[in-house]
Design a protein around this ligand. Structure first.
Ligand code: URA
Ligand code: SF4
Length: 212
């Protein structure tokens, strides 16, 4: 049993397995994915392309109910071309397990597709240049809920600069379709402040209740 699930149980919180949602993937859809994937792979819209080993497009189920959005690739992600595969990524994987889901059943992407040098925060201009890729991904996946992982993702998606304490604990709407969006603490922060973990489990329970 995952740590997350154990924590939920120790808190006396029920966990739920989401039902599968039949979504039709037609040929146009496949072409759209291939087109945006190749655009990202060769993108030079911002200067981050110069330092990258790999772009990190995003990974997972293209008709997922849950769409996780992180900040930007770190060292491991840049080397492997996959999102959330380092230490913080392992904790995010635990968080996903705690929902009764695997990484293959959700979609995971980042605000930026290329690694900023020394893992510095993304610059607003970089976010502006990269954002349309993420928007298109969200449009195509049509998730039931977006999970903004950490402050940078939350601020970029919600156009807000409120502190995390004010953004978490409620369901926001992303974009003109008002896609339900929940903000959680970044696993890199939880690694530094493990005593805050319970807040993530509580927030995800809110998402679960919302989807029920
Ligand atoms: N942190 C993020 O925000 N995204 C990743 O992909 C890895 C670490
Ligand atoms: Fe293009 Fe985004 Fe990479 Fe910048 S971070 S080069 S906009 S893919």
């Amino acid at each position: 049993m995952s740590i997350g699930l154990k924590l939920f149980q120790s808190l006396g919180i029920d966990t739920y397995q989401l039902r599968d949602k039949p979504k039709v993937l037609n040929q146009d859809h496949e072409n759209d994915w291939a087109s945006i994937e190749s655009k990202v792979a060769t993108c030079k819209k911002c200067s981050l392309h110069k330092g990258r080993n790999n772009t990190v497009f995003g990974d997972g189920n293209r008709s997922a109910d849950w769409f996780f959005v992180g900040e930007a690739p770190g060292k491991d992600e840049d080397l492997q071309g996959k999102p959330f595969v380092g230490r913080a990524g392992r904790l995010l994987t635990e968080v996903i397990f705690s929902l009764g889901l695997t990484r293959d059943e959700v979609f995971i992407a980042n605000i930026l597709k290329c690694r900023p040098p020394d893992n510095r925060d993304p610059k607003p201009g970089e976010v502006d240049q990269c954002f349309s890729y993420l928007e298109k991904q969200i449009d195509m996946v049509q998730p039931k809920i977006i999970i903004a992982v950490g402050k940078i993702a939350a601020h970029s998606l919600l156009g807000s600069d409120l502190p995390m304490g004010k953004l978490r604990g409620k369901i926001h709407g992303f974009g003109s379709n008002e896609v339900p969006t929940l903000v959680i603490y970044h696993p890199a922060y939880l690694l530094r402040s493990p005593s805050q973990k319970h807040k993530v489990w509580e927030d995800l329970q809110l998402a679960n209740d919302f989807l029920e």
